[in-house]
Design a protein around this ligand. Structure first.
Ligand code: HAM
Length: 421
């Protein structure tokens, strides 16, 4: 028996309608704020992520699904959504349009070779939003406000919005000096990989998932204490915007994020009750990425939200969820001879925008009724018998048990009017 690869999940009909519900809410909020959808390929040249996400990150060093294609090109399945969007922005010259450029992606498959455990998959899906060409902190504040709206609409409250600033090219060198000094003094307590990447990118040590590195990271100097005036002002204004939008937040100076491209603002949203600290979403500003990938000097800011994690939280918290859609009408054929007529009526109902189904298994009338009950349909329409001779059929309202004869030509109107003609 072939099983699904470790860390992947089938989305079955019992859940897929919930995905569609999430998508609907996310899409409508994004559209309200002027974001348009972008779809980029599932795979890209490996170099895009090495340069974009950073070759000292855990994602690039340990987690990418990379392979040579038949043309011997190194290809990688998207380990995150932003780099592909930036590549598309540059390649399609979207930067030449009036700015800002606001895009979102929905249900974007993301692949990371992680240790599968609760909330960590090897294939997961993200809803993400990216805003380019907007240097002002209103851009990141807008994203946070949107996220809170979406999560609240889904029924998730008790959220913790954790923010930090990780500075820019001006303030980082001084901070890196201090951090490196501290890390070197603890090098024998750090994992071999951190020892290796410490000189090239000391910030990455603070993000290492190894427990011993985590202990050292706890007492390391913090970037927030070394921000230049511009970054401090940016962060202060960002906080002011959140306050005036009534979004409670917490400054968490330990957030550094696991991707190299961030500058200034970074943020994560987690459930207040989550002991594992699994973020529902993470994001931040990335003011150099477009240029580093060969585009013009153009800033960016965005977030990625894990769709599976949202669904997991909704279920954990027993949030009331929408009911699965079901057909409105089940069209029963009283005898085998009535099947063509039942089949035709089913089609007519569907053409009139009424969801309907009929028998496909040559079942007896009793078995068809039993199946209609299982489907929890609102109406059963019995086609055949004396009623058929009069161009009519019997309609049963399954909620009240009430039955009535009704002309076939009137059925759609009757149902669309909620049972009244
Ligand atoms: P990220 O924090 O790596 O950021 O991922 C974003 C979200 O994806 C996480 O908060 C989490 O909900 C979900 N996620 C991540 N890894 C997994 C996993 N293995 N299994 C299930 N869910 C997962 C990014 O990917 C950035 N590209 C976000 C961004 C967009 N920053 C700026 N723009």
């Amino acid at each position: 028996m072939i099983q699904a690869p470790k860390g992947t999940k089938d989305i079955l009909p019992e859940d897929s309608y919930l995905w569609q519900w999430l998508e609907e809410i996310m899409r409508s909020e994004a559209l309200l704020a002027g974001y348009s959808e972008i779809r980029t390929p599932v795979f890209e040249h490996t170099e895009l992520f090495q340069r974009g996400v950073g070759d000292t990150t855990d994602i690039v060093q340990k987690e990418m699904y990379t392979f040579l294609d038949k043309g011997k090109r190194s290809i990688t399945l998207k380990p995150e959504g932003t780099a592909g969007v930036v590549r598309a922005l540059i390649e399609n010259r979207l930067y030449a349009n009036a700015q800002p450029t606001k895009v979102y992606y929905l249900n974007c498959p993301i692949f990371r070779y992680e240790n599968p455990q609760s909330g960590r998959l090897r294939e997961h899906h993200q809803f993400g939003m990216e805003c380019f060409g907007a240097p002002h902190p209103t851009a990141e504040a807008e994203l946070i406000v949107l996220l809170i709206n979406i999560l609240n609409k889904l029924g998730l409250s008790e959220l913790s919005v954790n923010i930090n600033s990780i500075g820019c090219k001006n303030c980082r060198p001084k901070y890196y000096e201090k951090l490196l000094e501290y890390l070197k003094a603890h090098s024998n307590e750090l994992c071999p990989l951190c020892n290796e990447r410490m000189e090239r990118n000391p910030l990455r040590v603070l993000d290492c998932k190894e427990e011993k590195c985590g202990r050292i990271a706890k007492n390391a100097p913090l970037i927030i204490d070394y921000l230049c005036d511009e970054c401090s002002e940016h962060f202060a204004f960002f906080k002011q915007l959140l306050e005036s939008s009534d979004v409670p937040f917490k400054v968490d100076p330990f957030i550094v994020r696991g991707l190299d491209y961030y500058t200034k603002t970074v943020f994560e949203i987690i459930m207040q009750t989550d002991r594992e600290g699994l973020a529902l979403c993470g994001g931040g500003r990335y003011d150099y990425l477009v240029e580093e990938l060969g585009g013009p000097d153009m800033c960016g800011v965005g977030f990625g939200l894990g769709m599976e994690r949202i669904l997991m939280e909704l279920k954990n918290k027993n949030v009331p969820l929408p009911e699965a859609p079901k057909p409105t009408v089940y069209v029963i054929n009283i005898s085998k001879e009535d099947l063509p007529s039942a089949f035709k009526i089913t089609r007519e109902l569907r053409n009139n925008g009424i969801s309907a189904d009929c028998d496909h298994l040559s079942r007896s009338m009793r078995a068809q009724f039993k199946f209609a009950n299982k489907l929890s349909v609102s109406y059963v329409l019995m086609v055949g018998g004396d009623e058929a001779k009069r161009g009519a059929a019997r309609l049963r309202d399954m909620a009240t048990g009430e039955e009535k004869e009704i002309l076939i030509s009137d059925i759609s109107e009757y149902i669309l009017n909620g049972g009244e003609k």
